[in-house]
Design a protein around this ligand. Sequence first.
Ligand code: FES
Length: 77
Amino acid sequence: MTRLVELEETGPRKLDPSDLDDEKGDIAVCQCGLSESFPFCDGSHRRTRDEDDGTTYVYEDGERRAVERVVTADDDA
Ligand code: FES
């Protein structure tokens, strides 16, 4: 599967000891791109569990949809 994620951050987030989860004792960094608390995982990755290999998904306005292809402003097609 492929997932398109739109991010607005323009710089890094430096992690420090205060970012540790008090209960779990770890720092979970989001790798799916869907977290509302980015760069930290907030459990939103659960929405990806039934994604199919070979399918591209767009998550937008709380909804997920599969798309045939993605066209960008740089495409000549
Ligand atoms: S890995 Fe992205 S929300 Fe958990």
